[in-house]
Design a protein around this ligand. Structure first.
Ligand SMILES: *Cc1c(COP(=O)(O)O)cnc(C)c1O
Length: 385
């Protein structure tokens, strides 16, 4: 046999793990690292279905929903987004997109590729939406659904969701919410706030690995899924996945679920249940308040002007004139082994994005970041400044 491609020389690589303080991924909980090495689950064994049942109850707690259509899709946060949008809005129906960052731009791309009609309504990226604004749009557009991001990691802002479900339902629209970077870090109550479709991901405030994304659908959303005239892509068809995940008493193979990711997600949810939501929310609020207070020692500004719009998990920080954001991030990594991010989408070249979430939401981490930033500001100070 003639091999036309020789065996490559894949050598071991050195990797110094930085403290992960970007807007995601976050560091892993030690118990999650261990969970990742648990035994492989065959697609039809009882152990697998027991794990799926545990995960479903954990997700119901995490989103605060009693809905049955609750499971996790096999992909990162974007797949959660794609699953919620494509299962609830059919081609030629209209999706109203409330846009203030990069994630709603992704929602727009996904919807367009699916042949969904889209209407985008914007606020400046340092702002959030008023309900008056959204009501006027719902009234005018009469969309099938409204898409909105709860915590926006590209801008560091948090949108008020409480009360929005009722408003959407008044105009016959479903409410779809991205909670990827907000869940478990800030309050979110799916049933109480009448949210119809929601998704999150593991690698942000849950301190798990990327690649598996919880989704949940309300009774209204279930009705919409059951009335759907068009098919969704096979891999994330909620009707088929609900059959695999025992949402309605059936346990059937659909595709092979990643055992390490199931064990990891189960562990994240178990840790959250042990800590409890209120304690986790309070921890994130307290640590970030401490971080913001300490930032006052530095010659920096917060990007989001209104305190009530600031997101507890991701803070956007504006550097004094003359500093280069990429250079700042590079120095923090090289000299302090702390990974923070520069801006993305609307905040590119305008702010740092600092994530203090999950297992990194502690005073120790917040202090390490501020101390690192103080040194970096000194080190990179140009003589012309
Ligand atoms: C990180 C993030 C996403 C995307 O998640 P991936 O896991 O990278 O696909 C979506 N929405 C928000 C708000 C995020 O912070």
């Amino acid at each position: 046999m003639n091999l036309t491609v020789p065996a490559p020389n894949i050598t071991d690589r050195q990797f110094v793990k930085p403290l992960l303080c970007g807007p995601g991924p976050c560091d892993l909980l030690p118990s999650v690292v261990e969970a990742l090495t648990r035994p492989t689950l065959s697609p039809i064994c009882d152990e697998l279905f027991n794990v799926l049942d545990d995960i479903r109850t954990g997700i119901q707690y995490m989103f605060q929903t009693r809905s049955n259509t609750v499971l996790a899709v096999s992909g990162s946060g974007h797949l959660g987004m794609e699953t919620v949008i494509t299962n609830l809005v059919e081609p030629n129906e209209t999706l109203l997109i409330a846009s203030r960052g990069i994630w709603d731009e992704r929602a727009l791309l996904i919807a367009k590729r699916r042949g969904i009609k889209t209407v985008v309504t914007k606020v400046p990226y340092t702002d959030t939406f008023s309900f008056d604004h959204l009501e006027a749009m719902l009234k005018k557009v009469r969309p099938t659904a409204l898409f909105i991001t709860h915590g926006d990691s590209s801008t560091g802002s948090m949108q008020k969701i409480e009360g929005l479900g009722k408003l959407c339902h008044k105009y016959g629209a479903l409410l779809l919410v991205d909670t990827v970077v907000s869940i478990s870090g800030v309050p979110f109550l799916m049933d109480e706030w009448e949210v119809d479709g929601v998704y999150t991901s593991t690698q942000k405030a849950l301190s798990g690995p990327a690649g598996i994304s919880p989704v949940a659908f309300s009774a209204r959303a279930e009705e919409k899924i059951n009335k759907r005239k068009s098919e969704t892509p096979f891999y994330y068809d909620i009707k088929l996945l609900a059959v695999q995940w025992n949402c309605y008493g059936t346990k059937k193979y659909h595709h092979t679920l990643s055992s390490p990711l199931l064990w990891a997600l189960r562990c994240c949810l178990q840790e959250l249940a042990k800590e409890t939501l209120p304690v986790s929310w309070e921890r994130h609020a307290t640590v970030t308040a401490h971080f913001l207070k300490r930032l006052q020692e530095l010659p920096v500004q917060l990007l989001i002007p209104k305190p009530e719009d600031r997101l507890a998990t991701v803070t956007t920080v504006v550097l004094p004139r003359g500093y280069d954001y990429m250079e700042f991030v590079k120095y923090m990594r090289e000299k302090h082994n702390i990974l923070i991010f520069a801006g993305l989408g609307p905040t590119e070249g305008k702010a740092l994005r600092i994530g203090i979430m999950g297992c990194n939401s502690s005073f120790k981490v917040a202090d390490a970041i501020v101390d690192g930033m103080a040194d970096t500001l000194r080190a990179l100070k140009k003589s012309s400044l």
